[in-house]
Design a protein around this ligand. Structure first.
Ligand code: FES
Length: 253
């Protein structure tokens, strides 16, 4: 049910020096989209054929709109950051599997640019939620999470919340949950996988950080899984095709 189409930018704003928030009118994709899924965005530079995967931060099904919150890291995302209301934007989606929605007391954990997909998940999860958001220093989106539950912040430099990482914030606040949903840099996901195993907590990880094209074309996203086929070969997974969300025990990080 994924489609490639030319959509219209509804609005764009900068949240920090290098993080932008864009709403896109894309009725067909919005209708089908689920939390944890992403779109791939094509640049207008025809020498670059591969698109950039960007996770969905919010989906407004009534108005048929998608929100992406992304960091400007190179030429492609710099181009996207210059788009304004009314501009065309070529996108494909919705892509990926998304998060399973469990009705259990939950941690929603985001690190850096892994924070945005947690917002749509928070909106859709029907259970007690605790948001744990890890930043280097400058905060973004944290206020928007407050309508869905209690928000805990960790910063590397200690300028807000707990000094340290998301696990430091969990420990400092004495938090507990029965399921973890997380998205962020690999070291954070690796630490959460270990934390979940130690504490016997169900854990779902979005490995979207490792994707480069999002459409199965670049093979940058291959990761080792625990699946072994009948010839004793390890079955590798492509994050953009088989994920980006995996049960923590399913993947090696
Ligand atoms: Fe390019 Fe998966 S991100 S093949």
């Amino acid at each position: 049910e994924k489609v490639k189409l030319t959509a219209k930018v509804v609005s764009q704003e900068a949240l920090t020096d290098d993080i932008c928030s864009m709403w896109i009118q894309a009725d067909e994709i919005a209708k089908a989209a689920k939390p944890g899924q992403f779109i791939s965005v094509y640049t207008k530079d025809k020498s670059k054929v591969l698109p950039r995967p960007i996770s969905l931060c919010e989906v407004d099904k009534e108005q048929g709109r998608l929100r992406i919150v992304y960091r400007v890291v190179g030429a492609g995302t710099r181009e996207f950051s210059a788009y304004q209301a009314g501009d065309d934007i070529e996108i494909m989606g919705p892509l990926g599997n998304g998060f399973p929605l469990k009705e259990k007391k939950a941690f929603l954990i985001g690190g850096g640019i892994g924070i945005p997909p947690m917002l749509e998940l928070a909106k859709n999860l029907n259970c007690e939620k605790q948001m744990v958001l890890g930043y280097r220093d400058v905060l973004f989106l944290n206020k928007e999470f407050e309508q869905y539950g209690k928000v805990y912040v960790a910063t590397e430099d200690g300028s807000a919340g707990t000094k340290g990482n998301v696990i430091d914030a969990i420990k400092a606040n004495g938090l507990e949950a029965d399921v973890i949903y997380a998205c962020g840099p690999t070291p954070m996901l690796r630490a959460l996988k270990a934390y979940a195993a130690e504490n016997g907590i169900e854990c779902w990880l979005s490995l979207e950080e490792k994707m480069a094209c999002g459409i199965g074309a670049c093979l940058a996203c291959v990761c080792k899984s625990k699946d072994i086929d009948e010839h004793s070969h390890v079955h590798n997974k492509r994050i953009c095709k088989d994920g980006p969300v995996f049960a923590a025990e399913e993947v090696e990080l």
